[in-house]
Design a protein around this ligand. Structure first.
Ligand code: SAH
Length: 752
């Protein structure tokens, strides 16, 4: 679940709304919170103290800058872009809450008591409406996020239940109890849905502790009553690619040669404690070797009655490893008990560990369990990889504070390990997102870049590497370039770069420059630049084409280049593919109703927000979201990066027949970076295997692709020829790409 308005003490930057994700080619955001690698995907949509950063044009400098918005800022976009719709589409969640409420109401009535429900964080008002329908006598709902409280007010009216639910636009910790106050009397039933992928990341502990002390009777029932965190220790080189930087080694004349050594401060770093949330059910089986079974490691009794609900603790769980191996990571998910007895359980387990599929295990698939994006599963990397032996036991240390979890592993009693939250000392885990760390370890990218640099670099080459953390600059130096200049904007990135420069003993031939080199003169260089390259990656790149920033950066470097300097990448091609997203469509689709309650008000809010949004495309790691191709890829546009940026917009368009029957509900977008003009010197951010029509696409796992969802999905029928019309416009002024896709069926437009 996403929330916006909690003044959480977790050190997260304020929310940066995703509708402002237009790339800042002219200037980059001074505040880079949105790209902050320590924010998990599922916590992205969050605001601190109601402050919201958005992008604005500064009329004086003519530059786009980040600005803080006032409290009355229109949050529709945030609601639309959050996981709210997906959460409400989660039928299992809705039904199990309903069932939990039914049972709790019946139980209290069975005690002969009046049922007084408190719904903390009512959102659309859904759980309050359920409580009324279950027979609750008094229902009080609070919602801290004012625009959502407004939505609940209208939603309750739409369902003719406004008179049955007392709605208070406040955070629960601000509620007063007593005659004439927010709650006349303490509630004896608390329903709340305050969980994120990390279970406690949205401040559930504080909310429950406060409620217990001030808002609830001693015997109050809670829906859900309990939460349990499961952990599974695994060995996984593939997952480690998103965590630890590996050296780059090439084989030459049968001998191995290291092209990039990793400084010990980086290789020995505990890494970031930040959760890596992902759709574990999409992880291929061969990526992971389980070293333990799923272990219940932390139990949260939300009422605090059977067990205290501490703000922090560490539990020890001893297990016998399933096999000997290196413990790389802990996979985590949770389940909640919706009733008091634990008969109604909602589990976020991946399919192989799902309680509903106990006999199926790894033979199952993600299709066998309900899909949801608002709660995923998570990977926590162990501070240090440790080898465990199947003939002895090991102990998993599971810790939490008020908002986060972390893990460590102990081999035996004499093994002294920290129970402190890991802290990244090397900074590489702080300045880089998981996606970027993956790119730095991606064998495909490494192979193309090292091959290209090997071919191009001569002893007199002078290279200029543009980008954030472009480690290929070090490789260029190691490959024998005369001198390499690296632009690095941020201080942490410069510190990381210095560590790599020292570890690779190239201090004499690598110089760090500021990001803006317009003040650097030719006289400051050993010679004019012969090769200018970027990876292409920038910390501000969210959508694949955002790395076009390198084209803009090159503009300010022209005075440092030889006229015939080699420019890498040489061009970029933009591609589109009509697809049938198996599940992803739910993040925007109207609900119409939830468990019989009308959701027209909420649908309207999302619809207006989407219609007003200037950005129809959003970044998603598509390897986690199955999609079937409905045609072969469509080439939209190629931009030649060796030429100057054009003055006028570049528009391309066309149409193709859609002949494959069935559903088409969106488009997938990506770019291919042509590193040089030679075939094969391509880095794709899209499919990594040939696209087969009507089959699932295999995507680059180290990129986020662009997702465009049709407002209404289409069914292509056998007798109605359908055409996909497409157009893309590149706006050189601000570097944006505007896409337009439409499906036309001859005779009449067929929609579902
Ligand atoms: N109960 C709704 C919405 C769940 S999303 C449903 O199940 O469909 C969680 C909501 O709780 C968010 O809207 C968030 O703003 C709100 N919230 C979180 N903590 C809160 C608190 N302590 N007091 C009031 N609202 C809170």
């Amino acid at each position: 679940m996403r929330q916006w308005c909690l003044a959480v003490s977790k050190t997260i930057p304020p929310l940066l709304p995703t509708h402002t994700l237009t790339p800042l080619y002219l200037s980059r955001p001074a505040h880079w919170g949105l790209y902050h690698p320590l924010i998990s995907r599922s916590a992205l949509i969050r605001a601190k103290k109601m402050s919201v950063f958005t992008q604005q044009l500064n009329p004086i400098t003519g530059r786009l800058e980040w600005g803080i918005q006032p409290e009355d800022y229109d949050y529709k976009q945030e609601v639309a872009r959050s996981a709210y719709a997906d959460m409400l589409h989660d039928q299992e969640r809705n039904e199990k809450y309903y069932e939990g409420l039914k049972r709790a109401v019946a139980q209290i009535k069975g005690r002969g008591e009046e049922v007084r429900v408190l719904d903390i964080g009512t959102g659309t008002g859904l759980l309050s409406m359920m409580a009324v329908t279950c027979g609750a006598d008094v229902v009080t709902a609070c919602e801290a996020f004012h625009p959502m409280a407004e939505c609940a007010r209208k939603g309750l009216a739409e369902n003719s239940l406004a008179h049955r639910v007392k709605l208070i636009a406040k955070r629960s910790t601000e509620l007063d109890v007593g005659p004439g106050k927010d709650l006349e009397r303490k509630a004896n039933l608390l329903v709340a849905e305050l969980f994120d992928t990390e279970l406690i990341g949205e401040g559930a502990i504080d909310t429950y502790r406060h409620a217990r002390e001030f808002l609830l009777t001693d015997d109050a029932l809670l829906v859900p009553s309990e939460g349990t965190v499961y952990a599974q220790v695994v060995s996984s080189k593939m997952l480690q690619r998103w965590n630890k930087i590996s050296p780059i080694v090439r084989s030459k004349h049968g001998k191995e040669e290291v092209l990039l050594s990793v400084p010990s401060v980086v290789s020995e770093c505990d890494g970031a404690a930040a959760v890596h949330d992902l759709q574990l059910s999409q992880v291929p089986r061969h990526w992971i070797t389980p070293l333990s079974n799923p272990l219940p490691v932390l139990r949260f009794d939300w009422s605090g009655r059977s067990a205290d609900l501490p703000c922090e603790r560490t539990t020890l769980t001893t297990f016998r490893p399933l096999t000997s191996g290196l413990c790389d990571a802990v996979l985590m998910w949770w389940e909640i008990k919706m009733d008091q007895e634990g008969d109604v359980v909602l589990s976020c387990a991946p399919y192989w560990a799902h309680p509903d599929l106990t006999d199926v295990g790894w033979k199952g698939s993600s299709e066998d369990i309900p899909w949801r994006d608002h709660w995923m599963q998570a990977v926590y990397y162990l501070p240090q990889t440790r080898h465990v032996n199947k003939d002895s036991t090991a102990t998993l240390l599971s810790s939490h504070d008020e908002y986060s979890l972390w893990f460590n592993l102990k081999r035996d009693a004499s093994d002294c390990v920290s129970i402190e939250r890991p802290v990244c000392e090397c900074r590489i885990h702080i300045v880089n997102s998981r996606t970027r760390l993956g790119q730095l370890n991606d064998p495909r990218r490494i192979e193309v870049y090292t091959r290209v640099l090997e071919t191009l670099i001569r002893p007199d080459s002078v290279c200029l590497a543009l980008g954030d953390g472009c480690l290929m600059a070090i490789v260029a130096a190691r490959l024998g370039a005369r001198h390499v200049y690296m632009t690095e904007g941020s201080d942490p990135n410069r510190r990381v770069a210095k560590e790599f420069i020292a570890a690779n003993s190239v201090q004499h031939k690598v110089t760090l420059l500021p990001e803006d080199v317009s003040d650097t003169t030719l006289q400051q260089l050993v010679a004019p630049v012969t090769i200018i390259f970027s990876e292409p990656f920038f910390s501000t790149s969210l959508l694949p084409w955002h790395s076009l920033y390198c084209w803009y950066m090159r503009n300010s470097c022209e005075h440092l280049l030889l006229p015939q300097a080699t420019r890498i990448p040489s061009s970029v091609s933009i591609w589109a593919l009509p697809v049938a997203y198996r599940d992803l469509w739910k993040i925007r689709a109207p609900l119409q109703q939830c468990c019989g309650f009308k959701m027209g008000v909420f649908d309207k809010l999302i619809e207006t927000a989407c219609a007003e949004a200037d950005e129809r495309v959003e970044p998603q790691p598509l390897w986690e979201y199955p999609a079937r191709a409905k045609s072969t890829p469509i080439h939209l546009m190629t931009l030649d990066l060796s030429t100057p940026i054009p003055d006028a917009p570049v528009c391309r368009g066309g149409s193709i027949p859609l002949t494959t029957e069935g559903l088409v509900n969106g488009m997938a977008l990506w770019v291919d970076w042509q590193i040089t003009e030679n075939d094969g010197d391509v880095i794709t951010t899209g499919p990594i295997q040939p696209v087969v029509v009507d089959d699932n696409v295999e995507w680059d796992i180290y990129s986020r692709q662009g997702v465009y969802l049709f407002r209404n999905p289409y069914i292509i029928g056998p007798d109605l020829p359908s055409t996909l019309k497409y157009s893309v416009t590149f706006q050189p002024l601000d570097g944006t790409m505007n896409f337009n896709f439409e499906i036309e069926t001859v005779g009449r437009r067929k929609e579902v």
